[in-house]
Design a protein around this ligand. Structure first.
Ligand SMILES: *[C@@H]1O[C@H](CO)[C@@H](O)[C@H](O)[C@H]1NC(C)=O
Ligand SMILES: *[C@@H]1O[C@H](CO)[C@@H](O)[C@H](O)[C@H]1NC(C)=O
Ligand SMILES: *[C@@H]1O[C@H](CO)[C@@H](O)[C@H](O)[C@H]1NC(C)=O
Ligand SMILES: *[C@@H]1O[C@H](CO)[C@@H](O)[C@H](O)[C@H]1NC(C)=O
Ligand SMILES: *[C@@H]1O[C@H](CO)[C@@H](O)[C@H](O)[C@H]1NC(C)=O
Ligand SMILES: *[C@@H]1O[C@H](CO)[C@@H](O)[C@H](O)[C@H]1NC(C)=O
Length: 309
């Protein structure tokens, strides 16, 4: 689990451009053509450089959801717990909140329908990364996710959970891996984002993903016959100390078009050179970068070639 996360408004970096022109300024007739061209060029770009994808975090209330949809970020990350919409009774339902909170003005159901409505009328699609904080929340969310995990719905849908105990001496209880994978594989269009709990802080400032932790992930993915796209969220300061095993993990899962999603908490001490080396070894085409703006800038990733066909 992300024991600490960055707060405040999203700091979007790059994302796909609608040929540099906001869609609302394109006249109606040319709109459809422009959309088709944009989607192709976006795919093309992000296939080469996933670090372009930009993120909003903890999109767990109505106000912030509206702001994130209006912004230029491409992925909305949000947390789901079992709880209540503020002021409503009844049995607990999946709501958008980060533990220890159990109430929100936004239910998962409303979150998804709002994003879907936005995507129905906007050329630039927003994706969602749903971070499930408990297996109970995920179980109760199945019917809510199902309409959006069918083929035909286009926007990126990621199902995320920390399903294994990880570095350094994480004390958070992971989400039950077996139950999570069984249910998630019922949503074949969704990207599985599966990671490890982490614990840093106090005088623990660095650690490594162990061979054993990586091996356990590989084993459970095999055991559950996972056959959909997978990404592994890894914490920047730990992953940068773990290059050999991270490379093993990605090589062993390349049949799943696997990628890593590098994340970092505000305050983590990151060896920028080592992280940069990891990202360039793995490749920009297999690395999502979800780190504070300042760290992203320090990485100084090499610029796009101008020779693209
Ligand atoms: C996204 O919006 C922010 C301001 O909200 C701006 O600084 C940034 O340049 C924009 N990025 C792109 C790629 O349009
Ligand atoms: C809504 O969410 C944003 C982002 O998590 C947060 O900064 C803000 O304080 C929240 N607002 C309310 C009213 O909870
Ligand atoms: C961490 O800090 C505590 C208290 O400051 C100290 O007792 C402990 O020995 C330190 N542990 C390590 C591994 O340095
Ligand atoms: C992927 O796995 C699911 C569930 O395990 C299975 O129903 C489906 O047929 C598999 N798809 C492919 C393409 O192997
Ligand atoms: C991997 O990508 C290829 C090419 O886009 C696609 O045909 C295949 O279905 C993908 N497999 C997974 C598991 O994502
Ligand atoms: C990839 O994207 C990052 C972030 O937008 C940018 O800094 C970098 O120059 C790009 N590199 C390539 C090769 O596209």
């Amino acid at each position: 689990m992300r024991s600490s996360r960055r707060d405040g408004p999203a700091m979007p970096r790059g994302s796909c451009h609608v040929l540099g022109i906001p869609p609302r300024h394109i006249m109606r007739l040319t709109f459809v053509v422009a959309v088709a061209v944009t989607l192709v060029s976006c795919d093309d770009d992000t296939m080469k450089n996933l670090t372009i994808v930009s993120w909003a975090h903890a999109v767990n209330n109505k106000t912030y959801l509206e702001a994130a949809l209006a912004s230029n970020v491409s992925m909305l990350e949000a947390d789901i717990v079992l709880g209540h919409v503020t002021g409503k009774d009844g049995p607990p339902i999946p709501v958008m909140a980060h533990p220890p909170a159990t109430t929100s003005d936004l239910s998962l159901s409303d979150f998804l329908s709002t994003v879907a409505q936005f995507n129905n009328v906007n050329a630039k699609q927003k994706g969602v990364k749903l971070d499930f904080k408990s297996i109970e929340a995920f179980e109760k969310a199945q019917n809510l996710i199902a309409p959006y995990s069918k083929p035909g719905v286009g926007f990126p849908l990621w199902l995320n959970a920390d399903i294994l105990p990880g570095p350094v001496e994480a004390t958070t209880t992971p989400v039950d891996p077996s139950k999570f994978l069984k249910l998630a594989s019922g949503h074949p269009r969704a990207v599985l984002s599966v990671g490890w709990t982490t614990q840093l802080g106090g005088n623990i400032t660095e650690g490594e993903y162990s061979r054993n932790q990586i091996g356990t992930m590989l084993r459970i993915l095999h055991e559950h016959h996972i056959n959909q796209t997978v990404t592994f969220p890894v914490r920047a300061c730990i992953a940068s100390n773990s290059q050999p095993v991270v490379l093993d993990l990605l090589r062993e899962t390349s049949y799943l078009n696997s990628s890593m999603t590098v994340w970092s908490a505000e305050g983590d001490t990151v060896e920028v050179d080592r992280l940069r080396a990891l990202i360039l070894t793995v490749g920009l085409e297999r690395t999502y970068l979800d780190v504070p703006h300042e760290l992203a800038a320090r990485l100084q990733l090499p610029p796009a070639e101008r020779t693209r066909s």
